[in-house]
Every structure is written in structure tokens, then in C-alpha cells.
Design a protein around this ligand. Structure first.
Ligand SMILES: *[C@@H]1O[C@H](CO)[C@@H](O)[C@H](O)[C@H]1NC(C)=O
Ligand SMILES: *[C@@H]1O[C@H](CO)[C@@H](O)[C@H](O)[C@H]1NC(C)=O
Ligand SMILES: *[C@@H]1O[C@H](CO)[C@@H](O)[C@H](O)[C@H]1NC(C)=O
Ligand SMILES: *[C@@H]1O[C@H](CO)[C@@H](O)[C@H](O)[C@H]1NC(C)=O
Length: 229
């Protein structure tokens, strides 16, 4: 197999994840998966840019949906329904955060994330939500930047949270300058040969992949990327 050795971490991650055997996964979709945006045109457009509000659960989830859709071709040979896509770990983990109330305002000084009235709100005070920002905004923008999303890098921008705006980045160039290492890693993920490896050799690597099996991958990604934040 022609592994690109500049991506050892990713390869380890994939092997690690492939060890995580999963049982039945057909209905482990994150909450509100069907209702969330599934293509760029489902988002608001302003001045030729798609505007994504990452502080609303369906809009953040929708980014994963687009990401999975655009990377599906790498896994299509082995799973027509795209259930073998290694990126599934990200939305599933986020769905768990939503379901368990981890995205709500932990200080309870606002009703952000409180059920039932404001349950879609993602609070900037939630540690989980902030961490997930780097596992949603970054992979998404890096994918846009790598050209696999089919839109130009300047055509997408995120809305800032109500406070702590300096802690986040909002577009491809902004994220590159604020978090160069994390963006570089994700760019490598899309550009280095790992996805091609799946396309050609997926049988060996992704044999045991599935939605729940990615729990270990997400753990790995956490550890891998935390060191760059
Ligand atoms: C997995 O789920 C599908 C649909 O829900 C079902 O048809 C199938 O029998 C299940 N497989 C196992 C091994 O439980
Ligand atoms: C993307 O940006 C270009 C200019 O860079 C603009 O011409 C185009 O209309 C934009 N596309 C969308 C879908 O907004
Ligand atoms: C990706 O999205 C397009 C447009 O919504 C859809 O036609 C296509 O079937 C999707 N592909 C996958 C693999 O989900
Ligand atoms: C990207 O965001 C930064 C702030 O984070 C802003 O200064 C810059 O103008 C934005 N660039 C584009 C192309 O929108």
C-alpha cells in the first residue's frame, strides 16, 4: 500500500479506529439529522457568502452533513450508504453532546440550550461546545480550502457567538492565521493520500468502520488535535 508517510498520525488513527468493532448502526444517526441543512443552498446567503450560525445545533450539524456528503465518494465502493465514512465519528459525538445537554449554558444565566424552548441554542459558555467548534469549524473550513466542497474559500463565513468572539475564527483565512497548526493538520487529512488509500484499499482499512465504531477515532482525534490548540 502506498501510504504517504507525512500522515503517520492519521494512519495510526485509522488503524486504531478499525479495531473498534461496532455492532448494528443503521439507526444511530444524531438527533435532528434529517431536519438539518444538507447542502450549501440550505444556508442563508449574504453578499455571495453562505452564512452559517455555528451556535445553533442544526446549522452545526448540517456542516457535518455536507462534509460527509462531499467525502462520500472516497468510501462509496464499500458502503453505498456512506456508513463507513470515518468522519461519522464527528457528528455522532456532537449529537451525543446535544442529547445529553452538554451544549447548554452551564451557568444557567441564559436559557440557551434549555429544553424545550431554546434547545437548539449552543452556548459559548459550554466547554463541550467550544471544543467542538474546533472539531466542526476547522474540518469544515479545511475541506472548503482543500477544494473538495466545491465552493471557493471566500464563500463561507461563520457568525460570531454573542461573546468571547476573540476565541474563535470565522472564515478560511481567519482560521489559518489564528490556528495554523490545526488547519494544517486538517488540510493534510484531505490532501494527503489517506482518502485515496481508502478509495483503493478501503476493504482492509475500513472493514470494521461504522457509525459507533468511530468512538475510538473521535478519542484519537481529540488527543491528536488538542496538542495544537
Ligand atoms: C441491524 O439493523 C437493521 C435495520 O434496523 C436490521 O434489519 C438488521 O437485522 C440488524 N442487524 C443486526 C445484526 O442486528
Ligand atoms: C462565490 O464567490 C464568488 C466570488 O468570489 C461569486 O462570484 C459567487 O457568486 C459566489 N458563489 C455563491 C454561491 O455565492
Ligand atoms: C449528496 O447530496 C446530494 C444533494 O443533496 C445528493 O443528491 C446525494 O445523493 C448525496 N450523496 C450522498 C452519498 O449522500
Ligand atoms: C475573515 O475573518 C477575519 C476576522 O476573523 C476578517 O478580518 C477577514 O476580513 C475575513 N475575511 C474574509 C475573506 O471574509
Amino acid at each position: 500500500m502506498a501510504f504517504d508517510l507525512s500522515c503517520p498520525g492519521l494512519i495510526i488513527g485509522c488503524i486504531f479506529a478499525s479495531l473498534a468493532r461496532a455492532s448494528n448502526v443503521s439507526d444511530v444517526y444524531p438527533p435532528l439529522w434529517k431536519e438539518s441543512p444538507g447542502q450549501f443552498s440550505d444556508y442563508k446567503i449574504e453578499n455571495g457568502k453562505y452564512i452559517i450560525n455555528l451556535w445553533l445545533y442544526p446549522e452545526r450539524l448540517g456542516m457535518y452533513k455536507i462534509l460527509l456528503n462531499k467525502t462520500a465518494k472516497y468510501f462509496a465502493k464499500f458502503s453505498p450508504e456512506n456508513e463507513q465514512n470515518i468522519l461519522w465519528g464527528l457528528p455522532v459525538h456532537h449529537g451525543w453532546q446535544y442529547q445529553t445537554g452538554r451544549l447548554a449554558d452551564p451557568t444557567q444565566s441564559t436559557d440557551c440550550g434549555q429544553k424545550p424552548e431554546n434547545h437548539l441554542c449552543i452556548s459559548v459558555d459550554s466547554w463541550w461546545a467550544d471544543l467542538n467548534y474546533y472539531l466542526s469549524a476547522m474540518p469544515f473550513l479545511a475541506a472548503v480550502d482543500s477544494g473538495i466542497m466545491g465552493i471557493s474559500s471566500d464563500n463561507v463565513t461563520f457568525l460570531p457567538p454573542p461573546k468571547d468572539q476573540m476565541n474563535f475564527c470565522y472564515n478560511v483565512s481567519g482560521c489559518h492565521s489564528s490556528f495554523p497548526e490545526a488547519m494544517r493538520k486538517w488540510n493534510e487529512f484531505y490532501q494527503c493520500k489517506i482518502l485515496d488509500v481508502f478509495e483503493t484499499h478501503g476493504f482492509y482499512l475500513s472493514y470494521d468502520f461504522s457509525i459507533t465504531g468511530n468512538f475510538f477515532l473521535i478519542l484519537f482525534i481529540f488527543i491528536f488535535f488538542l496538542s495544537f490548540l
